[in-house]
Design a protein around this ligand. Structure first.
Ligand SMILES: [Zn+2]
Length: 66
């Protein structure tokens, strides 16, 4: 059986200032983080709320501040 990725919450980039993938909620972002961490070897990923678009993005940058 093929692995079925969960639906991504994509928003039309025309309406948004951010080119990054956008998540409506922290839960969506955390689900994506789990998905990425299960399927790839990657650095620790975390979600942050964007103060440009007001939605959530993911970053793999290690930040001490939040
Ligand atoms: Zn943004």
């Amino acid at each position: 059986m093929k692995y079925r990725p969960f639906k991504k919450e994509r928003i039309d980039p025309i309406d948004f200032p951010c080119k990054k993938e956008v998540y409506y909620t922290l839960e969506d972002a955390q689900m994506m983080i789990r998905h990425i961490e299960e399927t790839r070897v990657t650095r620790k990923i975390r979600a942050y709320k964007c103060n440009v678009c007001g939605f959530w993005h993911l970053t793999s940058r290690a930040g001490k501040h939040d």
